[in-house]
Design a protein around this ligand. Structure first.
Ligand code: GLA
Length: 723
């Protein structure tokens, strides 16, 4: 990893693992992009410059007969002085001046990546900070660039500064602009909805802007804050892929734009829809990290770069590679209908089967027998639970298991003591009725007193009830964004201030209880983003627990996020969401491709099922290290074929698992061969289930036919051990 500046050529060169990034400060002082791609020499790349047609171009202010800003590949596009592409930043001065000319002022190279105030961010080493400034109004931007030795990503962000003497209103404050040399790309995004999160869309880029966003004050299931640009012939294994992922949990936007000259650029960050921010003299505005991964080994290489970056530089170090709770969750077993004996019986039924944690889901607090009431009243319902939550945690601990508890800290029910006492704590305008969503309202996290209440009430419960694990849910999105905490002209700061409020309570509750393991959740997987991952080493992937549907959800999620972050449970059949029946083994094989657990009424287990669970958990423990730290290779996509095939290989290539799933059986099936991926071609391996010993290259080039069990939705797994 290195960041260098050549003062003769005014060229910056950033060398990371398998990637290189370069730009220069051109004669106008404009930071002009030169290259993002596979590693190259520390060479002067200015010979690559070519400028397309610039008819009706506007020259930079006051200079005639030179190229327009619009012609240069940009490190940060700005508005009003001849650059007509999507600006990364727009400001308004008190005179109504919206112009900006952010040119090179100076640079620094610092040994460690500076943290962002109040927002989670990647850590990392050597970082270039480029100082840009508008000489007329004193508005300035610092661009941060960090490259890594251990993962093929570059981390970028911008900090906007008011160095002038009057207030400035930010109307747009994106994190970055990334210039691309042409327009021959497809764009991938991950779309979805409740119980259908992160399905894959792939469309060709075209002239104009393609944009994805969220206006929900949450990263949302609708579109994950991620896009990838792929060469037209890029596949899972071959070709260039550039992935872009925002470390942010509120409303965002990402845009890919093809310019008239046939080049393109990506930009984005905090959504500028329903946003502005007042910046007084001397104030700064920090934007979230954007992680840009580069791969020339297809989508698979791009995903592994993200997985490595998040495991090494973002997720809580204490937990990221630590063995996870293997849990039984009571939600699909009981929903709201439980008492102490029932919960203890659920735990008893799995004692000795390799399951080590009971998680008590929704319904243990306040008046909460359905989802119409009780949220916000974090007081144990002693009537429903005789002896309280403590009676259950004591029991669970006495049989050698750990105990987990569900919260939805950001919410309030209309029928709750909290809402009756503080109706103004719910987000909404004073003169309008609020929208319901799941019959509940949201708490105004922009207010300090609301955050303090949440921190205290949640902390009291987890500190006094033997809680080892917390499931933190978030089941609706903001409507009526308006807060008593801001002046009328600052109300559009709400969505970002909500994110800052969320990160504040996460800092205080999650990081304030380092011995407790926290899992994130959002009506399934509706807030599955890197900022959430920073606090929650695993996130509930989807409320859809059907194994067939999960192949798509988990496949799509893995494009960006590591297996260890995906929380996946084995549930009962017929499945509660789809009514489908899939074999027990299939459900376990698919759910064990993540941080795993069970979510069904274990008191109804037959002896045969108990024996199966014991075997499944023992097998999971053997491969858990792969889930926590292995390299994922997707082989067959369930979006394209009736098969889902994935391999996970240990970093040292000593051990690997191959999972093969077939959607439908048909009589006289065609022969099918699967080639293993990711092994050391020169090493010898034993394919344990078949007792075949061969070279890695043999398994990878010749392949073999998986023995899919008979019937629909069948799955089988294989293990390769280096000998
Ligand atoms: C959400 C979660 C579920 C469960 C319920 C409880 O839907 O995704 O796993 O916790 O809330 O109300």
């Amino acid at each position: 990893m290195s960041v260098t500046y050549n003062s003769e050529t005014k060229t910056f060169m950033l060398q990371g693992k398998n990637l290189c990034y370069s730009f220069w400060i051109n004669d106008l002082g404009y930071p002009e992009h030169l290259y993002l791609g596979a590693s190259v020499g520390n060479d002067d790349l200015r010979f690559t410059r070519t400028y397309g047609a610039t008819s009706t171009a506007a020259t930079p202010p006051g200079i005639d007969n030179v190229n327009s800003y619009n012609a240069f590949p940009s490190e940060l596009s700005f508005f009003g002085t001849g650059d007509y592409r999507e600006p990364a930043v727009q400001i308004v001065t008190p005179q109504g001046d919206r112009l900006c000319e952010l040119l090179f002022d100076s640079y620094e190279i610092v040994p460690a990546k500076p943290k962002i105030t109040g927002m989670p961010s990647l850590d990392g080493g050597e970082t270039l900070i480029l100082h840009l400034k508008d000489k007329i109004n004193g508005f300035a931007a610092d661009l941060y660039y960090t490259v890594y030795d251990d993962c093929s990503v570059i981390c970028r962000r911008a900090v906007y500064k008011n160095c002038g003497s009057a207030d400035v209103r930010l109307e747009r404050a994106y994190s970055f602009t990334l210039a691309l040399p042409d327009r021959d790309y497809d764009m991938i995004s991950l779309y979805g909805v409740w119980a259908k999160e992160r399905h894959i869309d792939r469309i060709p880029l075209h002239h104009g802007v393609v944009s994805i966003d969220s206006k929900r004050t949450s990263s949302s299931a609708t579109l994950n804050p991620f896009i990838a640009l792929l060469r037209r012939d890029t596949t899972e294994f071959y070709g260039e892929a550039i992935g872009v992922n925002l470390v942010y949990s509120s409303s965002y936007v990402l845009k890919a734009e093809v310019n008239p000259d046939g080049t393109s650029q990506i930009t984005g960050g905090i959504n500028d829809f329903d946003f502005n921010w007042n910046l007084a003299p001397g104030e700064v505005f920090e934007t979230p990290d954007v992680v840009i991964s580069y791969s020339d080994t297809g989508l698979g290489g791009m995903s592994r770069a993200f997985h490595d970056a998040y495991r090494e530089h973002l997720i809580n170090r204490r937990y990221v590679k630590a063995s996870r709770p293997l849990l039984i969750n009571n939600w699909e077993a009981t929903y709201f209908n439980f008492d102490v004996p029932k919960l203890c019986a659920i735990a008893d039924a799995v004692n000795g089967l390799g399951i080590d944690t009971l998680v008590l889901d929704d319904g243990w607090f306040g008046k909460r027998d359905n989802d119409y009431s009780g949220l916000g009243d974090w007081v144990v319902n002693d009537k429903k639970l005789q002896g309280g939550v403590k009676a259950i945690s004591d029991y669970v601990h006495s049989i050698g298991m750990k105990f987990g508890l569900w919260f939805e800290p950001e919410m309030v029910s209309e029928d709750s003591d909290l809402y009756r006492a503080h109706p103004d704590w719910a987000i909404g305008t004073p003169d309008r009725k609020h929208c319901y969503s799941r019959h509940q309202f949201m708490l105004d996290l922009t207010r300090r007193e609301v955050r303090d209440y949440i921190v205290k009430s949640v902390s009291d419960i987890i500190e006094n009830n033997g809680v080892d694990y917390v499931k933190w849910d978030y089941n609706r999105n903001v409507t009526e964004s308006w807060t008593y905490s801001l002046e009328p002209e600052r109300q559009m700061e709400f969505a970002h201030r909500y994110a800052l409020g969320l990160y504040d309570i996460c800092e205080r509750i999650v990081n304030g209880h380092p011995d407790i393991f926290f899992e994130g959740c959002s009506a399934g997987g509706a807030r599955f983003d890197p900022a959430i991952m920073h606090y929650f080493p695993q996130i509930w992937t989807s409320d859809d627990t059907d194994a067939e549907e999960r192949t798509k959800i988990q496949f799509g999620t893995s494009l960006v996020y590591p297996l260890s972050v995906m929380s996946c449970h084995v549930s009962v059949c017929p499945n509660h969401q789809t009514g489908r029946t899939t074999p027990f083994d299939t459900r376990a094989i698919i759910a064990h491709l993540g941080a795993t657990g069970y979510e069904l009424d274990t008191t109804k287990f037959t002896d045969e099922e108990k024996a199966a669970v014991k075997l499944q958990t023992a097998e999971y423990k053997k491969i858990e290290r792969l889930i926590l730290d292995g390299d994922l290779y997707r082989i067959d996509s369930p979006f394209e074929k009736g098969f889902f095939t994935e391999a996970v290989v240990a970093k040292d290539k000593s051990f690997a698992e191959l999972v093969c799933y077939r959607r439908f059986v048909s009589v006289n099936n065609e022969v099918r061969r699967v080639k293993m991926v990711g092994l050391d071609p020169e090493a010898y391996y034993c394919l344990e289930e078949k007792n075949i010993k061969a070279k890695g290259s043999t398994f990878m080039n010749v392949g073999f036919s998986p023995d899919y069990p008979h019937g629909d939705f069948s799955a089988v797994k294989y293990h390769f051990t280096r000998i």
